[in-house]
Write a protein of this length. Structure first.
Length: 411
Protein backbone atom coordinates (compact mmCIF):
# COMPACT_ATOMS: atom_id res chain seq x y z
CA UNK A 1 0.00 0.00 0.00
CA UNK A 2 1.41 3.40 -0.97
CA UNK A 3 2.14 5.87 1.79
CA UNK A 4 0.49 9.30 1.80
CA UNK A 5 2.57 12.35 0.96
CA UNK A 6 3.06 15.61 2.85
CA UNK A 7 2.64 18.64 0.59
CA UNK A 8 5.18 21.46 0.96
CA UNK A 9 4.60 23.41 4.17
CA UNK A 10 2.22 20.86 5.69
CA UNK A 11 2.84 18.92 8.90
CA UNK A 12 0.16 16.29 8.37
CA UNK A 13 0.04 13.24 6.14
CA UNK A 14 -2.47 13.60 3.36
CA UNK A 15 -3.26 12.46 -0.17
CA UNK A 16 -2.58 12.75 -3.06
CA UNK A 17 1.03 11.95 -3.94
CA UNK A 18 3.37 14.66 -5.15
CA UNK A 19 3.56 15.14 -8.89
CA UNK A 20 7.00 14.44 -10.40
CA UNK A 21 8.98 17.50 -11.44
CA UNK A 22 8.86 17.65 -15.21
CA UNK A 23 11.70 18.72 -17.47
CA UNK A 24 9.56 21.59 -18.81
CA UNK A 25 9.43 23.17 -15.35
CA UNK A 26 13.18 23.29 -14.96
CA UNK A 27 13.85 25.70 -17.82
CA UNK A 28 12.34 28.54 -15.76
CA UNK A 29 14.43 28.16 -12.60
CA UNK A 30 17.77 26.57 -13.43
CA UNK A 31 20.67 27.57 -11.21
CA UNK A 32 22.82 30.11 -13.10
CA UNK A 33 26.29 28.91 -13.99
CA UNK A 34 29.15 30.80 -12.39
CA UNK A 35 32.42 31.36 -14.27
CA UNK A 36 35.30 29.02 -13.41
CA UNK A 37 38.90 30.16 -13.72
CA UNK A 38 40.91 28.49 -16.52
CA UNK A 39 43.77 27.66 -14.14
CA UNK A 40 41.32 25.44 -12.24
CA UNK A 41 39.64 23.88 -15.25
CA UNK A 42 43.01 23.06 -16.81
CA UNK A 43 43.55 20.49 -14.07
CA UNK A 44 40.54 18.50 -15.33
CA UNK A 45 41.15 17.21 -18.86
CA UNK A 46 38.19 16.37 -21.12
CA UNK A 47 37.77 12.74 -22.18
CA UNK A 48 38.09 11.73 -25.82
CA UNK A 49 35.55 9.48 -27.52
CA UNK A 50 38.21 7.00 -28.61
CA UNK A 51 36.69 4.21 -30.73
CA UNK A 52 33.36 6.06 -30.58
CA UNK A 53 34.72 9.16 -32.36
CA UNK A 54 31.99 8.94 -35.02
CA UNK A 55 29.21 9.13 -32.39
CA UNK A 56 27.50 12.56 -32.39
CA UNK A 57 28.00 14.65 -29.25
CA UNK A 58 24.26 14.55 -28.52
CA UNK A 59 24.41 10.76 -28.21
CA UNK A 60 27.74 10.68 -26.39
CA UNK A 61 26.45 13.08 -23.76
CA UNK A 62 23.18 11.17 -23.32
CA UNK A 63 23.48 9.03 -20.19
CA UNK A 64 20.92 6.56 -21.48
CA UNK A 65 23.01 5.99 -24.61
CA UNK A 66 26.08 5.46 -22.41
CA UNK A 67 24.13 2.87 -20.39
CA UNK A 68 22.88 1.06 -23.49
CA UNK A 69 26.32 0.97 -25.12
CA UNK A 70 28.22 -0.42 -22.15
CA UNK A 71 30.97 -2.93 -22.77
CA UNK A 72 29.61 -6.23 -21.49
CA UNK A 73 31.74 -8.91 -23.14
CA UNK A 74 35.19 -9.85 -24.41
CA UNK A 75 34.56 -8.45 -27.88
CA UNK A 76 33.70 -5.09 -26.36
CA UNK A 77 36.87 -5.08 -24.26
CA UNK A 78 38.94 -5.86 -27.37
CA UNK A 79 37.50 -2.71 -28.95
CA UNK A 80 39.31 -0.49 -26.45
CA UNK A 81 42.11 -2.68 -25.03
CA UNK A 82 44.86 -5.04 -26.03
CA UNK A 83 43.41 -7.74 -23.78
CA UNK A 84 45.98 -9.85 -21.97
CA UNK A 85 45.72 -13.61 -21.63
CA UNK A 86 45.12 -13.20 -17.89
CA UNK A 87 42.20 -10.83 -18.56
CA UNK A 88 40.83 -13.15 -21.23
CA UNK A 89 40.95 -16.19 -18.95
CA UNK A 90 39.54 -14.25 -16.01
CA UNK A 91 36.59 -13.00 -18.07
CA UNK A 92 35.80 -16.51 -19.36
CA UNK A 93 35.78 -17.97 -15.85
CA UNK A 94 34.13 -15.12 -13.96
CA UNK A 95 31.59 -13.28 -16.12
CA UNK A 96 28.70 -15.59 -15.23
CA UNK A 97 29.33 -14.98 -11.51
CA UNK A 98 29.83 -11.21 -11.80
CA UNK A 99 29.02 -9.45 -15.06
CA UNK A 100 31.20 -6.98 -16.89
CA UNK A 101 29.77 -3.50 -17.49
CA UNK A 102 31.84 -0.48 -18.55
CA UNK A 103 30.44 2.74 -20.01
CA UNK A 104 32.15 4.09 -23.16
CA UNK A 105 33.06 7.22 -21.20
CA UNK A 106 34.83 5.28 -18.42
CA UNK A 107 36.37 2.82 -20.90
CA UNK A 108 38.19 5.72 -22.56
CA UNK A 109 39.96 6.48 -19.28
CA UNK A 110 41.69 3.09 -19.47
CA UNK A 111 45.20 2.71 -20.91
CA UNK A 112 44.96 0.46 -23.97
CA UNK A 113 48.44 -1.05 -23.47
CA UNK A 114 48.94 -1.11 -19.69
CA UNK A 115 47.18 -3.96 -17.85
CA UNK A 116 48.10 -2.25 -14.56
CA UNK A 117 46.26 0.96 -15.46
CA UNK A 118 44.32 1.95 -12.30
CA UNK A 119 41.07 2.43 -14.23
CA UNK A 120 41.51 -0.89 -16.02
CA UNK A 121 42.19 -2.70 -12.73
CA UNK A 122 38.83 -1.45 -11.41
CA UNK A 123 36.87 -2.41 -14.53
CA UNK A 124 38.32 -5.49 -16.24
CA UNK A 125 38.38 -9.01 -14.71
CA UNK A 126 41.75 -10.26 -13.43
CA UNK A 127 42.91 -13.71 -12.41
CA UNK A 128 42.90 -12.69 -8.75
CA UNK A 129 39.09 -12.70 -8.79
CA UNK A 130 39.14 -16.48 -9.15
CA UNK A 131 41.08 -16.89 -5.90
CA UNK A 132 38.46 -17.32 -3.17
CA UNK A 133 40.10 -17.37 0.25
CA UNK A 134 38.71 -19.22 3.27
CA UNK A 135 38.39 -15.85 5.01
CA UNK A 136 36.35 -14.35 2.14
CA UNK A 137 32.66 -13.77 2.81
CA UNK A 138 29.69 -13.62 0.44
CA UNK A 139 28.05 -10.94 2.59
CA UNK A 140 31.05 -9.47 4.45
CA UNK A 141 29.09 -6.72 6.21
CA UNK A 142 26.16 -8.99 7.21
CA UNK A 143 23.70 -6.70 5.45
CA UNK A 144 21.21 -9.52 4.91
CA UNK A 145 21.28 -10.47 8.58
CA UNK A 146 20.26 -6.95 9.61
CA UNK A 147 17.49 -6.75 6.99
CA UNK A 148 14.07 -6.54 8.72
CA UNK A 149 12.32 -6.26 5.35
CA UNK A 150 13.74 -6.84 1.86
CA UNK A 151 15.75 -3.82 0.79
CA UNK A 152 16.36 -2.25 4.21
CA UNK A 153 19.46 -2.82 6.34
CA UNK A 154 18.89 -1.38 9.82
CA UNK A 155 22.08 -1.68 11.86
CA UNK A 156 22.75 1.70 13.41
CA UNK A 157 20.21 3.25 15.80
CA UNK A 158 19.11 6.26 13.73
CA UNK A 159 19.80 5.34 10.10
CA UNK A 160 19.10 2.69 7.50
CA UNK A 161 20.47 1.60 4.15
CA UNK A 162 17.80 1.56 1.44
CA UNK A 163 18.61 -0.83 -1.44
CA UNK A 164 16.88 0.50 -4.58
CA UNK A 165 18.43 -1.26 -7.60
CA UNK A 166 20.87 -3.96 -8.70
CA UNK A 167 22.21 -1.95 -11.64
CA UNK A 168 25.35 0.23 -12.00
CA UNK A 169 26.90 2.01 -14.99
CA UNK A 170 30.19 0.18 -14.29
CA UNK A 171 30.49 -3.06 -12.33
CA UNK A 172 33.57 -2.38 -10.20
CA UNK A 173 35.73 -5.47 -9.79
CA UNK A 174 36.24 -4.61 -6.09
CA UNK A 175 32.48 -4.37 -5.37
CA UNK A 176 31.49 -5.37 -1.84
CA UNK A 177 27.99 -6.40 -3.03
CA UNK A 178 28.99 -8.85 -5.75
CA UNK A 179 26.29 -11.18 -4.43
CA UNK A 180 23.61 -8.72 -5.62
CA UNK A 181 24.99 -6.08 -7.97
CA UNK A 182 24.59 -6.97 -11.67
CA UNK A 183 22.21 -9.84 -10.75
CA UNK A 184 18.71 -9.11 -12.17
CA UNK A 185 17.13 -11.47 -9.65
CA UNK A 186 18.01 -8.98 -6.89
CA UNK A 187 16.21 -6.07 -8.55
CA UNK A 188 14.11 -4.01 -6.15
CA UNK A 189 10.59 -4.37 -7.53
CA UNK A 190 7.87 -1.80 -6.84
CA UNK A 191 6.37 -3.90 -4.03
CA UNK A 192 9.77 -4.12 -2.32
CA UNK A 193 10.29 -0.37 -2.56
CA UNK A 194 6.87 0.26 -1.05
CA UNK A 195 7.56 -2.19 1.76
CA UNK A 196 10.85 -0.42 2.48
CA UNK A 197 9.15 2.98 2.56
CA UNK A 198 6.51 1.65 4.93
CA UNK A 199 9.22 0.29 7.25
CA UNK A 200 10.94 3.69 7.39
CA UNK A 201 7.65 5.47 8.07
CA UNK A 202 6.88 3.05 10.91
CA UNK A 203 10.22 3.63 12.71
CA UNK A 204 10.43 7.17 14.13
CA UNK A 205 13.99 6.60 15.36
CA UNK A 206 15.19 6.63 11.73
CA UNK A 207 16.32 10.14 10.76
CA UNK A 208 18.95 9.38 8.07
CA UNK A 209 18.50 7.27 4.91
CA UNK A 210 21.39 5.98 2.79
CA UNK A 211 19.88 5.41 -0.67
CA UNK A 212 22.04 2.80 -2.34
CA UNK A 213 22.14 -0.17 -4.68
CA UNK A 214 23.63 -0.88 -7.21
CA UNK A 215 23.49 2.76 -8.08
CA UNK A 216 20.24 4.65 -7.51
CA UNK A 217 21.07 7.10 -10.30
CA UNK A 218 20.44 4.32 -12.82
CA UNK A 219 16.76 4.97 -12.04
CA UNK A 220 14.88 7.62 -14.00
CA UNK A 221 14.44 11.17 -12.70
CA UNK A 222 10.74 10.53 -12.16
CA UNK A 223 11.40 7.34 -10.18
CA UNK A 224 13.98 9.04 -7.98
CA UNK A 225 11.74 12.07 -7.54
CA UNK A 226 9.00 9.73 -6.33
CA UNK A 227 11.30 7.95 -3.85
CA UNK A 228 12.79 11.19 -2.51
CA UNK A 229 9.33 12.76 -2.27
CA UNK A 230 7.99 9.81 -0.31
CA UNK A 231 10.94 9.98 2.09
CA UNK A 232 10.70 13.74 2.50
CA UNK A 233 7.02 13.32 3.42
CA UNK A 234 7.92 11.22 6.48
CA UNK A 235 8.16 13.67 9.41
CA UNK A 236 11.03 11.97 11.26
CA UNK A 237 13.29 11.65 8.18
CA UNK A 238 15.77 14.53 8.37
CA UNK A 239 18.36 13.81 5.67
CA UNK A 240 19.10 11.33 2.96
CA UNK A 241 22.32 10.40 1.25
CA UNK A 242 22.47 9.30 -2.37
CA UNK A 243 25.26 6.75 -2.75
CA UNK A 244 26.39 6.94 -6.37
CA UNK A 245 29.45 6.37 -8.54
CA UNK A 246 27.82 8.00 -11.56
CA UNK A 247 29.89 11.14 -10.97
CA UNK A 248 32.95 8.97 -11.72
CA UNK A 249 31.76 6.44 -14.29
CA UNK A 250 28.84 8.24 -15.99
CA UNK A 251 28.94 11.98 -15.19
CA UNK A 252 26.53 12.63 -18.09
CA UNK A 253 23.82 11.31 -15.77
CA UNK A 254 23.85 14.58 -13.80
CA UNK A 255 21.74 16.67 -16.12
CA UNK A 256 20.35 20.13 -15.38
CA UNK A 257 16.93 18.54 -14.92
CA UNK A 258 18.28 15.98 -12.46
CA UNK A 259 20.03 18.67 -10.39
CA UNK A 260 16.87 20.75 -10.41
CA UNK A 261 14.77 17.79 -9.26
CA UNK A 262 17.14 16.96 -6.39
CA UNK A 263 17.13 20.58 -5.22
CA UNK A 264 13.45 20.20 -4.30
CA UNK A 265 14.23 17.59 -1.63
CA UNK A 266 16.92 19.25 0.49
CA UNK A 267 18.81 18.59 2.62
CA UNK A 268 20.33 16.07 0.19
CA UNK A 269 23.84 14.67 0.65
CA UNK A 270 25.65 12.84 -2.16
CA UNK A 271 28.38 10.32 -1.37
CA UNK A 272 30.46 9.29 -4.36
CA UNK A 273 33.48 7.08 -4.99
CA UNK A 274 36.54 8.55 -6.75
CA UNK A 275 39.52 6.25 -6.32
CA UNK A 276 42.18 7.83 -8.54
CA UNK A 277 43.10 11.31 -9.87
CA UNK A 278 42.71 9.98 -13.43
CA UNK A 279 38.96 9.86 -12.76
CA UNK A 280 38.88 13.63 -12.13
CA UNK A 281 37.98 14.78 -15.63
CA UNK A 282 36.26 17.84 -17.04
CA UNK A 283 33.05 15.82 -17.29
CA UNK A 284 33.27 14.73 -13.65
CA UNK A 285 33.99 18.32 -12.63
CA UNK A 286 30.87 19.51 -14.45
CA UNK A 287 28.68 16.85 -12.80
CA UNK A 288 29.94 17.86 -9.36
CA UNK A 289 29.46 21.54 -10.17
CA UNK A 290 25.81 21.01 -11.08
CA UNK A 291 25.09 19.15 -7.84
CA UNK A 292 27.02 21.62 -5.67
CA UNK A 293 25.34 24.61 -7.35
CA UNK A 294 22.00 22.90 -6.73
CA UNK A 295 22.79 22.82 -3.00
CA UNK A 296 23.95 19.22 -2.53
CA UNK A 297 26.76 18.44 -0.09
CA UNK A 298 29.13 15.97 -1.77
CA UNK A 299 31.48 13.57 0.03
CA UNK A 300 33.92 11.01 -1.33
CA UNK A 301 34.40 7.45 -0.09
CA UNK A 302 37.66 6.10 -1.48
CA UNK A 303 38.37 2.38 -1.18
CA UNK A 304 42.02 1.57 -0.55
CA UNK A 305 43.04 -0.70 -3.44
CA UNK A 306 46.41 -2.33 -4.03
CA UNK A 307 47.96 -1.09 -7.26
CA UNK A 308 45.29 1.59 -7.70
CA UNK A 309 45.70 4.14 -4.89
CA UNK A 310 47.93 2.66 -2.17
CA UNK A 311 50.31 5.62 -2.35
CA UNK A 312 50.20 8.69 -0.07
CA UNK A 313 51.25 11.17 -2.78
CA UNK A 314 48.56 9.90 -5.14
CA UNK A 315 45.87 10.10 -2.45
CA UNK A 316 46.90 13.67 -1.59
CA UNK A 317 46.68 14.61 -5.28
CA UNK A 318 43.24 13.00 -5.52
CA UNK A 319 41.96 14.78 -2.43
CA UNK A 320 43.24 18.17 -3.60
CA UNK A 321 41.41 17.68 -6.91
CA UNK A 322 38.26 16.61 -5.10
CA UNK A 323 38.25 19.80 -3.04
CA UNK A 324 38.55 21.83 -6.24
CA UNK A 325 35.44 19.95 -7.39
CA UNK A 326 33.70 20.83 -4.09
CA UNK A 327 33.80 17.20 -3.00
CA UNK A 328 34.89 16.62 0.61
CA UNK A 329 37.14 13.57 1.18
CA UNK A 330 35.02 11.70 3.73
CA UNK A 331 36.24 8.10 4.10
CA UNK A 332 39.12 5.88 3.11
CA UNK A 333 37.74 2.35 3.38
CA UNK A 334 39.90 -0.64 4.11
CA UNK A 335 38.99 -3.15 1.41
CA UNK A 336 36.25 -5.54 2.59
CA UNK A 337 36.50 -9.34 2.83
CA UNK A 338 34.24 -9.86 -0.18
CA UNK A 339 34.79 -12.96 -2.26
CA UNK A 340 37.35 -12.69 -5.04
CA UNK A 341 38.83 -9.29 -4.19
CA UNK A 342 41.73 -10.32 -1.93
CA UNK A 343 44.21 -9.20 -4.62
CA UNK A 344 43.02 -5.62 -3.98
CA UNK A 345 43.58 -5.70 -0.22
CA UNK A 346 46.47 -3.88 1.41
CA UNK A 347 47.81 -4.24 4.97
CA UNK A 348 46.21 -1.89 7.52
CA UNK A 349 49.67 -0.34 7.89
CA UNK A 350 49.39 1.00 4.33
CA UNK A 351 46.28 3.00 5.21
CA UNK A 352 47.81 4.29 8.44
CA UNK A 353 50.87 5.45 6.52
CA UNK A 354 48.65 7.37 4.09
CA UNK A 355 46.92 9.16 6.98
CA UNK A 356 50.33 9.94 8.58
CA UNK A 357 51.45 11.56 5.34
CA UNK A 358 48.25 13.57 4.96
CA UNK A 359 47.67 14.84 8.50
CA UNK A 360 49.56 18.09 8.99
CA UNK A 361 51.14 17.94 5.54
CA UNK A 362 47.95 19.22 3.93
CA UNK A 363 44.78 20.93 5.09
CA UNK A 364 42.42 19.04 7.36
CA UNK A 365 39.74 19.27 4.67
CA UNK A 366 41.89 16.90 2.59
CA UNK A 367 42.24 14.30 5.38
CA UNK A 368 39.41 11.73 5.40
CA UNK A 369 38.59 9.20 8.11
CA UNK A 370 40.31 5.85 7.58
CA UNK A 371 37.86 3.11 8.59
CA UNK A 372 37.43 -0.63 8.47
CA UNK A 373 33.83 -1.77 8.02
CA UNK A 374 34.11 -4.67 10.43
CA UNK A 375 33.33 -8.14 9.02
CA UNK A 376 30.13 -9.66 10.32
CA UNK A 377 28.28 -6.38 10.71
CA UNK A 378 30.42 -4.69 13.35
CA UNK A 379 30.09 -1.32 11.66
CA UNK A 380 32.72 1.24 10.71
CA UNK A 381 35.70 1.27 13.05
CA UNK A 382 38.05 4.28 12.69
CA UNK A 383 41.74 3.54 12.31
CA UNK A 384 44.26 6.26 13.10
CA UNK A 385 48.00 6.57 13.79
CA UNK A 386 48.83 6.83 17.49
CA UNK A 387 49.84 10.39 18.34
CA UNK A 388 49.90 9.79 22.11
CA UNK A 389 53.50 8.96 23.05
CA UNK A 390 52.81 8.49 26.76
CA UNK A 391 50.19 9.25 29.40
CA UNK A 392 51.50 9.39 32.95
CA UNK A 393 48.86 10.59 35.39
CA UNK A 394 47.89 14.08 34.27
CA UNK A 395 50.72 14.54 31.79
CA UNK A 396 50.36 13.55 28.17
CA UNK A 397 53.19 13.53 25.68
CA UNK A 398 51.82 14.12 22.21
CA UNK A 399 53.53 13.72 18.84
CA UNK A 400 52.72 16.05 15.95
CA UNK A 401 52.82 15.36 12.22
CA UNK A 402 56.53 16.32 12.00
CA UNK A 403 57.56 13.96 14.79
CA UNK A 404 58.05 16.64 17.45
CA UNK A 405 56.72 15.97 20.95
CA UNK A 406 54.72 18.29 23.22
CA UNK A 407 53.44 18.00 26.77
CA UNK A 408 49.81 18.57 27.64
CA UNK A 409 48.60 18.71 31.26
CA UNK A 410 45.11 17.49 32.04
CA UNK A 411 43.08 19.35 34.71
Amino acid sequence: MALPIVPNGSSELTEPALEPISASTTSQEKVPRRPIRPHILNRFPPTSKGPWSDVPDAKWNDWRWQQRERITNLAGMEKVLNVTQDERDAYTKSHEMFHVGITPYYANLMDREDPDCPIRLQSVPKGGELNILKTDLEDPLAEERDMPVPGITHRYPDRVLFYTTHNCPVYCRHCTRKRKVSDPTTAAAKDQLEQSLEYIAAHPEVRDIVISGGDPLTLSDDRLDYILGRLRAIPHVEIFRLGTRNLVTLPQRVTDDFAYMVSHHHPVFVNTHFNHPKECTAEAYEACRKLADAGCVIGNQMVLLKGVNDDPKLVKDLNHKLLLMRVRPYYIYQCDLSQGISHFRTPIATGLDIIEKLRGWTSGLAVPHYVCDAPGGGGKIPLSPNYVVSHDGKELVLRNYAGKTFKYYEP
